[in-house]
Ligand binder design. Structure first.
Ligand code: HEM
Ligand code: HEM
Length: 183
């Protein structure tokens, strides 16, 4: 089992991080949209946002670790991609990192604008930078906008992956799924 990325493909760590985070991000999008419409009498009124914030902080930590891993590994070879696809895939792949960071930081700012910390599943707490009236609304608008942008980019990215797989018949999708040969 290859842990690190090689020129031929992504190792286990990158593949697990990619698919687990992709699932979590889509789930967080659904959870976020659902929870903002809950009324005060819903049994999930407190627990849904608490779950959203806790998973969000874990995702923020995972993102930083994943970025470290990405930069500490070789980038698998792009193969015979055309110049447009090469540049577009670079922009989308690297673009995800600052976009997700901004999404998570804006979520942190909404949650801590009232001066209260975030309790992550009761395991540890992340302090607030201090009470900041009005920040909640601005950060909330930015957060919603960035969440839609992330999902739109992920959709374009997935269409690209399926195009390489089904039309160009390249191993782009399979190597993100099953990894490089362990020679
Ligand atoms: C993968 C990352 C995330 C995604 C995809 C995501 C997605 C969303 C979405 C779609 C909404 C609903 C926006 C609306 O319609 O107004 C939302 C709301 C919210 N998110 Fe996130 N979120 C993420 C991370 C975080 C993080 C890291 C935190 C905090 C630590 C957070 C805190 C919140 C809060 C407090 C709201 C409610 C805002 C309000 O009441 O208007 N989110 N999120
Ligand atoms: C929110 C969801 C997603 C995010 C944030 C995301 C992010 C990324 C990033 C950053 C990379 C570059 C490698 C890395 O830095 O780890 C990558 C590669 C890849 N992703 Fe995604 N991805 C998502 C969803 C998907 C989906 C739904 C598919 C396909 C159905 C997909 C297919 C791929 C493939 C095939 C590669 C490898 C491309 C190559 O070999 O150069 N991703 N993804």
């Amino acid at each position: 089992m290859v842990m690190r990325d090689t020129l031929a493909g992504y190792g286990l760590v990158s593949r697990l991080a990619h698919w687990l985070m992709a699932i979590a991000i889509f789930a967080m999008f659904g959870l976020g949209l659902w929870m903002v419409d809950l009324d005060y009498y819903s049994p999930y009124y407190n627990s849904a946002p608490a779950l959203h914030k806790s998973v969000g902080i874990l995702l923020l930590i995972a993102l930083v670790l994943r970025f470290g891993w990405r930069t500490a590994n070789v980038k698998p070879d792009d193969g015979d991609l055309g110049p447009f696809e090469r540049v577009a895939s670079r922009i989308v792949h690297w673009g995800f990192y600052p976009l997700l960071l901004a999404l998570m930081v804006s979520g942190y700012l909404i949650s801590t604008a009232d001066g209260r910390p975030i309790e992550v599943f009761g395991w540890f707490s992340v302090p607030s930078p201090g009470e900041n009236k009005g920040l909640e609304d601005t950060a909330g608008a930015v957060h919603a906008y960035l969440a839609y942008l992330t999902i739109a980019l992920a959709a374009v990215h997935a269409v690209g992956a399926f195009k390489h797989h089904l039309i160009d018949r390249k191993n782009t999708l399979t190597r993100m799924w099953s990894g490089p040969p362990s020679i």
